[in-house]
Design a protein around this ligand. Structure first.
Ligand code: BGC
Length: 807
């Protein structure tokens, strides 16, 4: 294929063998199912109620057995041909298990009616179980399977807060926030009264109760953790289009759960330190929990350990494993563990070995444990052993000193003993005798202050108290050299279709006298020389989104046919290639990112990236707006399902695998949302006020790992403000940290329709403004001297360099 052929002509050229389409092909749907099975987490399995033996009879309770939530809403949604719910999945396994049909018929009809009345999956009411059906179900079987489901999406958080002040709230976002408030009396973290009543009735009538949690993030687990009348619980997540079948297969023992939690499950929502001030203000979020996010809080802060129901890294299996450390050594700054894992049970399965480091408290204070390495075994047969090699660098254990307690603005390894824990969750670990001793405080990297807070008053330290932070003069994120457009005028506009002069078809279609972009691709012309031919107006035009072509719906980059620059399309991610339903193209819906994180398996995540990118390519799109890697700071964030974990290391390593998979197909990944977009309410104007240490060690870390290990072609800045500066206008974030410190050379896009001013974004190194740019405002800013031609060209060059990477 010739360069840019797909972008230029949108040909109908399937990628598969014998001219078959790969989009939503059988192999991809199968991969989606298998990935789902890898990430589902068995939380509880008493009396070996699971797996269901052949010939079992079950009664399916809860509207969730039909109201299957394949993933969340917004950019994380996917247009699919079908979705397999739990009932469908059980029916596919008919020979193995028999379902009590009459009860299922009741739920099918109920959910159908709720959908017909406008409800979306997961936002439905739990109906009361008819007494007569309950009775019949009891005579049919002693085994009940309850499904609880949850839905959330972008633009709204998991609590009923309608931000009436926010002019940018889309009708849909407002409606969903209201609906959520109506449906979930105590917020959707907890069971509704109707769900709790259904659970109680089932517990009273059945001796074996299995619970399936079809959810996208952290939810209440207190109602089953110690309840002996609920024997088994599978955290099945939002498993994509095949999720119901994946769940059914695991229930029936076709496959063995091997997922491990990527988040800590606390007893109550209030037990997460981020909860108390999450909804304190629509204007800001104070990250007072600092680096003590997730298990770093629960394992470190005195008294917090008791607040956990299921710890980070936890997950059961139908088999059992033994593991032992066979050797540990340190060589040239790398610590290597060899761990031997044996399947000691009766059926095949996989285990995940996790290593946590514990640094000396020193002057900075440290989390008691931080994940530094993990590896999943292959499928081990009963009795089989595998030797795993896990390694990490000593420097990875350094902490960032933002206040100059040891050395200001540097990563330091404080003097003392560094200890290590090996095991299968953050709690099920053994401390090894090997100790790495640092004799004297050691600076591992000297940096300089960037994105420091001005208005965050205090932060948590490792004994649970708070230390005061210096307050500085705050920046006004709305200060602007030219009169700002109102928020409404920046919301939801498509790019203008730029006029092109008429030309005779049999003559050169290019602008007279210029050298075209293809010459740059052929190495005959530098990007700089190519750009120097353009007028200011043309360069400004390049710096914004371009109209959709083909099945694109999130716009493109480039699009200057008179210079030979193709219009390369973008598309969402991350749950699959998102094509608008009216195009009539169905794609594969992959399991949600939280589930993928719970696989703890780089290979399967790579495969999902690779397969997803093939679908992107086949549909003539060049850049996938995935993966999304913000940290699960609070269970309340409406987009957690799109993100991986509370832990930056797990997130970074798995997202790097995803990016490598995507880019193996020469499709550009777009890692988003950079950074600190951990709340959806008023997301375009909410200031994430965070210490520089927490920003670097927790919230930027996953991006750093991905930028360094997988070199994504593109990164998307987030909507929010960071310590007074919009992420998209944040030069310290983009130029000093991302490009300067990390050495990343790709192209930065804004998120779609930010409230940032275009010229300020360009000056900060945010190369392209999406969904549309404002060329006239850029020109105005240039005329007034707020931005120079050189600054415009720096961003234009990076956009062109990105386009040059595309096939
Ligand atoms: C979302 C992004 C998405 C973009 C394009 C925004 O609203 O925040 O994640 O990629 O829209 O659909």
């Amino acid at each position: 294929m010739n360069k840019w052929q797909r972008s230029r002509f949108q040909p109908n050229l399937p990628l598969g063998n014998n001219g078959e389409r790969v989009t939503a092909c059988k192999a991809h749907r199968e991969l989606s199912k298998n990935a789902a099975k890898e990430g589902m987490v068995l939380l509880k399995n008493q009396e070996n109620v699971l797996p269901l033996s052949k010939g079992s009879k079950v009664a399916l309770f809860g509207k969730g057995c039909f109201d299957y939530v394949k993933g969340g809403g917004g950019s994380g949604d996917v247009t699919v041909e079908y979705i397999i719910n739990l009932y469908d999945g059980m029916k596919i396994l008919d020979g193995h298990v028999t379902v009590f049909e009459e009860l299922s018929e009741f739920y099918r009809e109920n959910v159908k009616q709720q959908y017909e009345s406008g409800a979306v999956p997961g936002m439905t009411v739990e109906p009361e179980v008819p007494k007569a059906l309950l009775k019949k179900a009891c005579t049919f079987t002693d085994t009940a399977v309850i499904t609880i489901c949850r839905f959330s999406g972008e633009g709204w958080d998991r609590k009923s807060v309608v931000d009436t002040e926010n002019k940018n709230l889309w009708e849909f976002e407002e409606a969903m926030t209201k609906k959520s408030g109506e449906l979930f009396e105590n917020g959707d973290f907890y069971l509704t009264h109707a769900e709790a009543a259904m659970v109680n009735i089932v517990k009273e009538h059945f001796s074996k109760v299995i619970v399936i949690m079809n959810v996208g993030g952290m939810v209440d687990t207190s109602w089953f953790v110690d309840d002996a009348s609920i024997q088994s619980v599978l955290m099945a997540w939002q498993g994509g289009m095949e999720g119901g079948l994946a769940t059914a297969e695991l229930l029936c023992g076709i496959g063995n759960p091997s997922g491990k939690l990527a988040d800590s499950f606390a007893k109550r929502l209030e037990d997460y330190p981020s909860t108390y001030n999450f909804h304190e203000s629509e204007a800001y979020v104070d990250y007072t929990d600092d680096i003590y996010v997730g298990y770093r809080y629960f394992e470190t802060i005195p008294g917090a350990a008791d607040k956990v129901n299921y710890p980070f890294g936890f997950g059961l299996s139908y088999t059992s494993f033994n593991w032992s450390v066979t050797s540990i050594k340190e060589q040239q700054g790398m610590i290597e563990f060899l761990v031997s894992v044996t399947n000691t049970g009766d059926i095949e399965g996989k285990e995940v070995i996790q290593i946590y480091a514990g640094a000396p408290q020193g002057l900075l204070g440290k989390p008691a444990k931080s994940l530094v390495a993990f590896k999943k075994t292959r499928l081990l047969k009963p009795g089989e052993t595998q030797l795993l090699k896990l390694e990490f660098s000593v420097e990875a254990m350094a902490s960032y000193d933002d206040l100059g307690k040891v050395q200001r603005s540097a990563y330091v390894l404080e003097a003392g003993d560094y200890v290590f824990y090996v095991g299968t969750s953050v709690r099920q670990v053994e401390k090894v005798s090997f100790v790495y001793t640092v004799e004297q405080d050691r600076v591992t990297i000297q940096l300089s202050e960037s994105i420091a807070p001005t208005s965050l008053k205090e932060r948590m330290v490792s004994d649970g108290s708070f230390e005061k932070l210096p307050l500085k003069e705050a920046n006004d994120p709305n200060a602007c050299g030219i009169e700002k457009l109102s928020a409404e005028m920046m919301e939801g506009y498509s790019p203008a279709v730029r006029a092109r002069e008429s030309y005779q078809l049999w003559k050169e279609p290019f602008k007279k006298g210029i050298r075209i972009f293809d010459e740059v691709a052929e190495g005959k012309l530098t990007v700089e020389d190519f750009l120097s031919q353009m007028t200011d107006e043309e360069v400004c035009h390049l710096l914004g989104g371009q109209p959709n072509t083909g099945v694109g719906n999130t716009f493109g980059y480039g699009n200057m046919p008179e210079y030979g620059i193709p219009n390369v399309m973008t598309a969402d991610g991350p749950a699959g290639l998102r094509i608008a339903p009216q195009c009539g193209v169905n794609t594969t819906a992959w399991p949600c990112s939280t589930l993928l994180a719970c696989t703890w398996d780089r290979d399967i995540v790579y495969s999902v990236g690779e397969a997803g990118a093939k679908e992107v390519k086949e549909n003539n799109i060049a850049l996938w707006l995935a993966p999304a890697i913000n940290i699960h700071r609070s269970p309340l964030c409406g987009r957690n399902f799109e993100y991986y974990s509370e832990d930056p290391f797990l997130t970074g390593k798995l997202a790097a695998a995803m990016v490598n998979g995507i880019q193996s197909q020469h499709i550009g990944a777009t890692v988003k949302h950079f950074a600190l977009n951990n709340k959806e309410t008023n997301r375009k104007n909410s200031d994430s006020r965070v210490s520089e240490r927490a920003a670097r060690e927790i919230y930027l870390k996953a991006f750093e790992i991905v930028a360094k290990e997988a070199d994504p072609w593109s990164i998307m800045t987030s909507y929010n403000i960071i310590n007074g500066h919009r992420a998209s206008e944040n030069k310290e974030l983009l130029e000093d940290i991302l490009r300067g410190e990390w050495g990343w050379k790709g192209m930065v896009t804004t998120d779609w329709w930010t409230c940032g001013e275009h010229y300020k974004e360009v000056k900060a190194g945010n190369d392209v403004k999406m969904g549309c740019g404002y060329p006239q405002r850029l020109l105005q800013a240039k005329e007034l001297g707020f931005i120079s031609r050189e600054e415009l060209e720096i961003c234009a060059k990076r956009i062109l360099e990105l386009i040059l990477k595309i096939d």
